[in-house]
Design a protein around this ligand. Sequence first.
Ligand SMILES: [Zn+2]
Ligand SMILES: [Zn+2]
Length: 242
Amino acid sequence: MNEPTLLAALLSALAMTGIVTLRYILASGGFAWATARRQPGLYAPLRQQIRKEIGWSLLSCIIFGLPAGIVAWGWHSLGWTRIYTDIDAYPLWYWPLSVLAYLALHDTWFYWSHRWMHRPRVFRIFHAVHHASRPPTAWAAMAFHPTEALTQAFVIPLAVFCVPIHTTALAFVLSIMTVMGVVNHMGWEIFPDWMVRKGLGNWLITASHHQRHHDIYLCNYGLYFRFWDRICSTDKGLGNFV
Ligand SMILES: [Zn+2]
Ligand SMILES: [Zn+2]
């Protein structure tokens, strides 16, 4: 790799780190602001914890940003990945299917790696940082120890080499990832009861489901869907907010 190429790859990695950091600040900051309006005082006793959540999350932004930036540079400059821009390259029905495939893939990786991280010895190194948020806040969305961040940072950058996806579908997946990461830790349920506790809610994960994971640990490991938790009998239902 010659020098200008290396520099371009490095700049892309830095730019992506900046984008991921900005995305975290805007998403977590936005929902923290909404929390202050909807549940005044909820985060008041958690100031010290929030400072730590922000510190760990900013470190995670670097770990997530660097590989994503290198892959974005490779896509743009060298034609890497199976990301496509021509909407006609695949039939239209493929767009929602690709979104679902990415969410299912990410969810599967998350479920099994998350379960593994709850083994006592692994937990102490990889995952204790995330569970130090008791209860979590909107700022905890990316509060991971670097070892845990590494297990998650390569999922999408590797998936784009295997499963074709349109740029807008990828943007949609990343938006769902960001928003759900924040709202699932926010400390209150944003979705109405009829959505969360019936029908589709039996299969989708929202704050009420992940809250129970932060409460009693060895259950509710999933990210987007309750599918793996249900078939592996680790689904312990929904938690309540006080
Ligand atoms: Zn956990
Ligand atoms: Zn969590």
